[in-house]
Design a protein around this ligand. Structure first.
Ligand code: GRF
Length: 208
C-alpha cells in the first residue's frame, strides 16, 4: 500500500475532484490531494478545493487554448514536484497533455472520460453517444498516453440510455458512475494492483 499524493487538474465544476476528496475523508481511499490546478481562473473546481482547505492554483496556459505545453506545462510540472505529487489526476481538464508531463510521471497520469472508450473520444462523449443512437453509454478511467483518450483502460462502468434522455440527463447518469469509478481506480493504484502490459491494464487480485 502506498498513500498517493495527488495533483488534480481540472477546468470545470470539479465534481470528480469532490468525489475523490470525499473518498479520502471517509477513509475509503488512502491518498491526499496535494494541490489542485485549473487553467480557468474562476473554475468551480478551485472554489471547491479552497473550501476543502486544499492548495488551489490558477495555471496560466497561454498562448494555447487546447493544450498544456510550454511555460504553463513547465509551471505545472514544477508545482506538482514542489507539492510532492506522485500521481496526476485529470478531472475534467479540457486540454491535451503533452509528452513532457507524461514523461515526468510515467504511467502516473490518469484521466476520466464520459464515454465507453474507444467509442466517442474528444469532447462531450455523452452527447456523441446520444446522437449516435447508443442504447448503452458510460465512463472510462484510463492511464493517459500521448494520444487523445487512447491510453490503457483501468475501469469502465456502463449506464443505460433512456428513451427520453437529453444530453443533460444522460450526462448526469454518467456522472453518478464517474464519482464511484475514479475513487475505485485510485484505490487500485494505491494498493499497487495495477500494471500496464501493452494496451492492457492488469488488475492483480487482492493479496491474501
Ligand atoms: C466529466 O464528465 C468528465 O468525465 C469529463 O469532464 C467532466 C468533468 O466534470 N472529462 P467535473 O468537473 O468533474 O464535475
Amino acid at each position: 500500500m502506498q498513500k498517493l499524493r495527488l495533483g488534480v487538474l481540472g477546468s470545470g465544476a470539479g465534481s470528480n475532484m469532490q468525489s475523490i476528496c470525499d473518498a479520502i475523508a471517509d477513509g475509503s481511499l488512502d491518498a491526499e490531494i496535494a494541490i489542485v490546478m485549473s487553467d480557468v481562473k474562476d473554475a468551480k473546481i478551485l472554489d471547491r478545493a479552497r473550501a476543502a482547505g486544499l492548495p488551489a492554483m490558477w495555471l496560466d496556459c497561454s498562448p494555447w487554448k487546447t493544450k498544456l505545453e510550454g511555460p504553463g506545462e513547465d509551471e505545472c510540472i514544477r508545482l506538482l514536484r514542489e507539492y510532492g505529487c506522485d500521481t496526476v489526476v485529470l478531472a475534467g481538464f479540457m486540454r491535451i497533455v503533452k509528452p513532457k508531463l507524461l514523461q515526468a510521471f510515467p504511467w502516473r497520469v490518469l484521466n476520466i472520460h464520459p464515454a465507453l472508450l474507444p467509442s466517442f473520444p474528444g469532447t462531450a462523449g455523452w452527447r456523441q453517444a446520444l446522437d449516435y443512437g447508443c442504447k448503452v453509454a458510460g465512463v472510462t478511467v484510463h492511464f493517459v498516453d500521448s494520444g487523445t483518450d487512447t491510453g490503457p483502460i483501468i475501469i469502465q462502468r456502463s449506464v443505460p440510455v433512456m428513451e427520453d434522455d437529453t444530453p443533460e440527463t444522460l450526462h448526469a447518469r454518467i456522472q453518478v458512475q464517474e464519482h464511484a469509478a475514479y475513487p475505485e481506480a485510485l484505490r487500485l493504484l494505491a494498493a499497487g494492483r495495477l500494471s500496464v502490459e501493452g494496451r492492457r491494464v492488469r488488475i492483480a487480485p487482492v493479496p491474501e
